[in-house]
Design a binder for this molecule. Sequence first.
Ligand SMILES: NC(=O)c1ccc[n+]([C@@H]2O[C@H](COP(=O)([O-])OP(=O)(O)OC[C@H]3O[C@@H](n4cnc5c(N)ncnc54)[C@H](OP(=O)(O)O)[C@@H]3O)[C@@H](O)[C@H]2O)c1
Length: 372
Amino acid sequence: MATEIPTCRWGVVSTGLISSWFVEDLMLNRPDAKAKHIIQCIGSSSLEKGKDFAAKHCPSANPTIYASYDQVYSDPDVDCVYIGTPHSFHKSNCLGAIAAGKNVLCEKSFTINAREAREVLDAAKKKGVYVHEAMWLRHRPLVTELRKLLFQDQVIGDVFRMSSDFSLLVHIPSLPDTSRYKDPKLGAGTLLDTGIYPLTWAFLALDPNTPENSERPTVLATQSHLHGVEVTSSILIQYPSTGRQGIVSSTTMSGGMGDVVCRIQGTEGYIDVHGAAPSHPLSFTVYRRKENTKNDFESKHYDYPRIGRGFFYEADNTALDIAAGRKENEIMPWKETIRVMEIMDEIRKQGGTKYPQDEVLGGLMSIGSLAS
Ligand SMILES: NC(=O)c1ccc[n+]([C@@H]2O[C@H](COP(=O)([O-])OP(=O)(O)OC[C@H]3O[C@@H](n4cnc5c(N)ncnc54)[C@H](OP(=O)(O)O)[C@@H]3O)[C@@H](O)[C@H]2O)c1
C-alpha cells in the first residue's frame, strides 16, 4: 500500500523575488516529493500585483488573491503562512499570522535583531503554533552529506578552518530610496541579507553539534558603510573548544568571485563547495592528500540533482513537521534562530551598524546587551 504523504496549503505573504522563487519550487512536479503543496492564497499590497504574480509564477494553482496580508492570516484553508517580505517586516508579519493561530515559515534573516526574534518565538510558544526560519541552505541533501563526510567519516581529517564569501554588485545610489537595499528602516546591509549565508557555512563546517546544541563561537568583525548602508562585512570566527576558525565576508561592492562558495580545510585535505552563491551550493569536491605527499591530492566530486532552485526541501520538511504536530524544525530550531540573530547582533555591534528597530522605548538599546 502506498504511504500517504502530507498536504500543506500555503498562504503566501508578499509578491517579491523570493516569494516567486519559493512558489515556483512548490509548483514543481516531483514524483519523489515528501509532501504535497497547494498554493491556497497570495496576499499583496495590491490586488493587481497579486494577480500578476499568480499568473506568472503559479498559473495552474489558481490561488485566491487578497489585497492584504491579514486576509491570508485569517483564511481558514491555510495551513502555513510563508512570509517573503523584507526582514524589517518579519516581526509584525509573524506576529499577525501567529495571533490568527497560523503556522509560519518566515524568510531569513528571521528578524532585524535577537530581541525581535525572541518576541516572535515567545508569541508562537504562547499560541502553540509552528514557526520555522526559512534557512533553505541547511535543508539541502548536499549539506547533510557534507557534514557526514566531515564529522563522521573525517574525509579531510580534523577540520581546522573554513572560508566563505558572498559578493554581489549592487549600485546603491541608483536605487530608489524605498529599496530594501538602500533604506536602513528596511534592514539594508549585507550581513542580514547575504552575509548570513557565509556565516551559516561557518556553523555547518566547523561545529559537529546538532543545531539544538551548537557551540557559540567568538567573533571579531569589521563593517564598512557607504551612503549610510553597511556594504562590506568581514568576520573572523573561532570555536573555543576546538580552535577551529572561519573567515567569512559579504559585500555589495563587487560580484563574480568564481564558483567556490565555501572552502573547508582539514589536516588531511580540503573540500571546495561549488555553486552560484553561498546560498545555492550545487556540488562539492573532496581533495584528500595522498599518503606520504605534501601537496598531491586525490579528488572525488559529489554532484546533486538540479531540480528547481531547491526551496522545496525546506517546504517539504515544514509540511512534515506540521503534519506530525511539531512546533519547531529540528534543522533550524528556535534556539538556533535566536543564536544566529545574537551572533549577528554582536557583529553589528563591533561593526557599528545600527537599525532604527534597535531603538527601544526610552533610548537606544545596546545591541551588545542582546548577545549576553
Ligand atoms: N532565501 C533566499 O535565498 C532569499 C533570497 C532573496 C531574499 N530573501 C529574503 O526574502 C526577503 C524579501 O526579499 P526579496 O528580495 O524577495 O524582496 P523584494 O523583491 O523587494 O520583495 C519584497 C516584497 O515585500 C512586500 N513589501 C511589503 N512592504 C514593503 C516595503 N515597504 N518595501 C518593499 N517591499 C515591501 C512587497 O510585496 P507586496 O507589494 O506584494 O506586498 C515586495 O514585493 C528578505 O528578508 C530577504 O532577506 C531570501
